[in-house]
Design a protein around this ligand. Structure first.
Ligand SMILES: [Zn+2]
Ligand SMILES: [Zn+2]
Ligand SMILES: [Zn+2]
Ligand SMILES: [Zn+2]
Ligand SMILES: [Zn+2]
Ligand SMILES: [Zn+2]
Length: 371
């Protein structure tokens, strides 16, 4: 929770900062940078000493900090400023959902490339989350081809606990990105890649190229022999028996056995999950991500048997007496009896559909008795 407040604060500071200094976005033209970085009374943000600029950057979310640093690179002195800012931050993680969507959606491949180069992503970056970067095709990720440190690439293009359906078709291209990913996994056990979140657009399109890649990636992960962080068994021995959904069901293109949050691996053996042996356990029906129980608490719907992170969807409790089973919002509405107005689970009462109305067996029987 503290993190959320902190991020909000940061985002707010960024917007204030950008509003005051008029650095709206990184520009490719130096001339434009010059005109946009001075304010009305002629003072220039670059007139401030490096120490203060570095200090300002520490309040910014990382993507903003690097954009801020890059906006300083006009001459050799300011290049130094930029380097000073960048060296003050740790670049293991770069999460674009930490900045406003409005800003992230403006970034193009050339800017992503510049950002990755300036933070020496090949040596430093372990986690890259592209939330909001809907304009990029993926060519800006080319640098990562040679990375042996990258562990996670999130291309769902949305923030935490958001459904991955994006209104305007995102630009991310299979033709451009899959060869980059192939290069990363071609190094086998020398590569550190642990988790991929693929765009919903690709998962839904189910192209042959995508299916072929999924098979290669599945082989790569199996070969890594990652084992469950709890029982130490190699993960693929339990549950669906595949590391990434290869079949055309709701798991298609979704990585298994790996928590999106902590990147720990887990298996579906008895104690390692919740003991019911159900391997649909951790796939959230809203955000379509897989989390371990330590990172995110989930609830299951006793009607459709699907799961959701508690932060993604608040499940409702069955209105049967002393029943504590939960129902997802959709099933709760579906199980509402037309006559008694109660929503109850299957274990509490049966339902029938009568002339387009849902009626519980109890109400149905008492109405039959009156006839
Ligand atoms: Zn286990
Ligand atoms: Zn986790
Ligand atoms: Zn979720
Ligand atoms: Zn349900
Ligand atoms: Zn009823
Ligand atoms: Zn119930």
């Amino acid at each position: 929770m503290g993190g959320n407040i902190c991020n909000k604060k940061r985002t707010h500071l960024v917007s204030i900062f950008f509003a005051k200094s008029s650095i709206i976005t990184m520009s490719s033209s130096n001339k434009r940078r010059r005109t946009t970085t001075s304010n009305n009374n002629g003072t220039h943000i670059k007139d401030l000493p490096d120490g203060i600029l570095v200090g300002i950057s520490s309040y910014l979310a990382k993507p903003s900090a690097v954009l801020f640093a890059l906006s300083m690179t006009i001459d050799s002195r300011s290049t130094q400023t930029s380097k000073a800012i960048i060296s003050k931050h740790n670049w293991n993680v770069l999460d674009f959902s930490d900045i406003e969507k409005r800003l992230a959606s403006k970034l193009r491949d050339c800017e992503i490339d510049t950002i990755l180069r300036s933070i020496d992503a090949v040596s430093n970056l372990k986690i890259l989350k592209l939330g909001g970067c809907v304009k990029i095709t993926g060519s800006g990720l080319d640098l990562l081809r040679s990375s042996v440190v990258i562990q996670q690439i999130d291309m769902s293009l949305v923030g935490k606990h958001e459904a991955p359906t994006i209104k305007r078709e995102p630009k991310l291209s299979e033709d451009i990105v899959l060869p980059i990913l192939d290069d990363i996994i071609s190094r086998g056990r020398a590569s550190s890649l642990k988790q991929l979140e693929l765009p919903k657009k690709w998962r839904d399109a189910q192209s042959t190229d995508m299916d072929d890649f999924l098979a290669r990636y599945n082989g790569y992960l199996r070969n890594q022999r990652y084992s469950c962080s709890k029982c130490d068994r190699v993960c693929v021995e339990t549950g669906r028996n595949e590391w990434i959904g290869l079949q055309r069901d709701e798991w298609h293109g979704i990585q298994n056995y790996t928590c999106f949050g902590c990147l720990n691996h887990f298996c579906y053996d008895g104690d390692c999950v919740d003991g019911n042996g159900d391997y649909y356990v951790q796939l959230c029906k809203k955000c379509e991500k897989v989390y371990c129980k330590v990172c995110i608490s989930t609830s299951s719907c006793s009607n459709c048997y699907r799961y959701a992170c508690n932060e993604c969807e608040e499940m409702k409790t069955c209105e049967g007496e002393d029943c504590e089973r939960t129902l997802c919002v959709r099933c709760f509405e579906k199980k509402k009896c037309y006559y008694c107005k109660r929503s109850r689970c299957l274990r509490c009462v049966g339902h029938i559909e009568c002339q387009g109305k849902t009626v519980c067996i109890e109400c149905n029987q008492s109405r039959m008795g009156r006839l």
